[in-house]
Ligand binder design. Structure first.
Ligand code: ACO
Length: 428
């Protein structure tokens, strides 16, 4: 294939370089197009725009492939741990035992929040959504640790990465305890990342929490599966905001806000309320499918469809299997799982969904596992954020380390009024 694409505009021909990725994906490089031709490209929603080159995550949306640093996500979900996968994403290599040990020690060291921050939790109204509490708390870290700009973190990001990954877990558990009016439980140095989180969530002075290794493993696997997903909405938010050299905590806070939307990470909570609604109304799945197909109705089948995957999301496959395993091990019979499977079966055999390549995504089955391990539905997107942190951090690190990195600044085509004279307000 030629190394250039040619664009003809009238008598002029512009040669645009072709960029080729590791797996053969191709892009037309338009960096100099406007300077040479005066034209920009137009792509609302960025469905056809590559915003960077990256060495972190590879997705083939037609074949259902997802790899972190070259390693298939299913292999990591089976053999790795969340902490090891976080190291892989951030440092581009699996850690040695010593490296893993020192990274784990850093996570332990940074698991406590500054005591002054504890009072912040009292300022939120009862019933506040934990995602808003989480993003606010992470943003507040900028005030406590202001000197974490791009320049200072180019050399060593480990301390800051560990603080973020560790403290988000503490914030999440504290936010939950606050929401149910129970005393907070501090992190313990002797517990692994996921065991510590579960203990902070569910231990209580009147009923000590028994840590079940099966639940720890299920949670670890879920976090691995969520750890990165290249240039999705929240990661792009992190890259865009970070490109202005904003403090890393404020940058990650923006990612958390982007993730909270129901079209993105917030879909896992929305799936559960959709499934609960179906069960409550007698289990009529067909009605919901018809509603999702009705163009006059804004309702969408939550947990279905994806901008990149045109086949089953590989994460959904792993999560569905985990869902069966954990429910069986815990001896739970959740009617939501039966409804979810019936929905999947019917939708994936329906012409509407087939013709639009709409299949279950990562959010379709994850909430059922969270329910089984006791995590309430308003905490489910927080769990997604916990998992996605290593991805946001590694994407941020890659972005600030890119030679000649520029501030993100898309253009537009103005369609408003032409030159208009100012008129002072008229009498009513
Ligand atoms: N239910 C019903 N119809 C759908 C759905 C759905 N879940 N998703 C897409 N469609 C339809 C659209 O109405 C559109 O139909 P049309 O061609 O007749 O107009 C067509 O499929 C294409 O949809 P788009 O909105 O153009 O697809 P896009 O790539 O922009 O959106 C998205 C992807 C946002 C994920 C969408 O599929 C959706 O809203 N899904 C439900 C929410 C959800 O599960 N989000 C989580 C995604 S995974 C993640 O972010 C972690």
């Amino acid at each position: 294939m030629s190394k250039f694409a040619e664009l003809k505009l009238g008598k002029q021909t512009y040669k645009l370089p072709i960029i080729t990725g590791t797996e053969g994906e191709k892009a037309i490089d338009i960096t100099n197009l406007r300077a040479e031709s005066g034209l920009i490209t137009f792509d609302p929603g960025f469905g056809n725009t590559g915003s960077c080159t990256s060495k972190i995550t590879y997705i083939d949306g037609n074949k259902g492939i997802l790899r972190y640093r070259g390693i298939p996500v299913d292999e990591l979900a089976e053999k790795s741990t969340f902490v090891e996968t976080a190291h892989l994403l951030i440092h581009n290599k699996l850690p040695s035992k010593c490296q893993l040990n020192s990274f784990s020690q850093l996570l332990t060291k940074h698991s406590l929040m500054h005591e002054d921050m504890r009072h912040f939790f009292d300022g939120f109204p009862r019933g506040s959504h934990p995602m808003y509490i989480l993003s606010t708390m992470i943003n507040a870290l900028s005030a406590f640790y202001p000197n974490v700009d791009a320049e200072s973190l180019k050399g060593d990001i480990d301390e800051t990465a560990a603080r973020l990954i560790s403290i988000v877990r503490t914030f999440a558990a504290f936010a939950y305890k606050k929401s149910i009016g129970e005393p907070i439980v501090y992190p313990r140095h002797d517990l692994s990342y996921c065991a510590n989180f579960l203990n902070m969530m569910f231990d209580s002075p009147v009923k000590p929490y028994e840590i079940d290794p099966e639940i720890v493993k299920a949670l670890d696997r879920l976090l691995i599966i969520h750890a990165d997903h290249e240039q999705n909405c929240s990661t792009s938010a992190v890259r865009v905001i970070g490109s202005a050299q904003v403090n890393i905590y404020s940058t990650i806070s923006a990612g958390i806000n982007a993730l909270s939307g129901p079209l993105h990470g917030g879909a896992n909570q929305a799936v559960i309320s959709m499934l609960e609604g179906i069960v409550k109304r007698g289990g009529n799945v067909d009605k919901v499918i018809e509603k999702a197909k009705d163009k006059k109705n804004p309702f969408r089948l939550m947990g279905f469809g994806h901008r990149i995957y045109k086949t089953v999301d590989p994460r959904a496959k792993i999560i569905k299997q985990s869902c069966h395993d954990i429910l069986e091990k815990l001896n739970i019979n959740d009617p939501l799982l039966d409804v979810a499977m019936e929905l999947e079966e019917k939708a994936t055999n329906d012409e509407y969904f087939l013709s639009r390549n709409l299949y279950p995504n990562v959010d379709f089955y994850s909430g059922i596992i969270y329910r089984a391990i006791g995590i309430p539905s308003n905490m489910m997107t927080v769990m997604f954020a916990l998992g996605r942190l290593p991805g946001w951090i590694s994407q941020w690190k890659e972005m600030i380390s890119t030679k000649g990195a520029k501030i993100a600044r898309p253009r537009q085509i103005y369609k408003g009024r032409a030159l208009t004279k100012y008129q002072a307000p008229q009498d009513c």
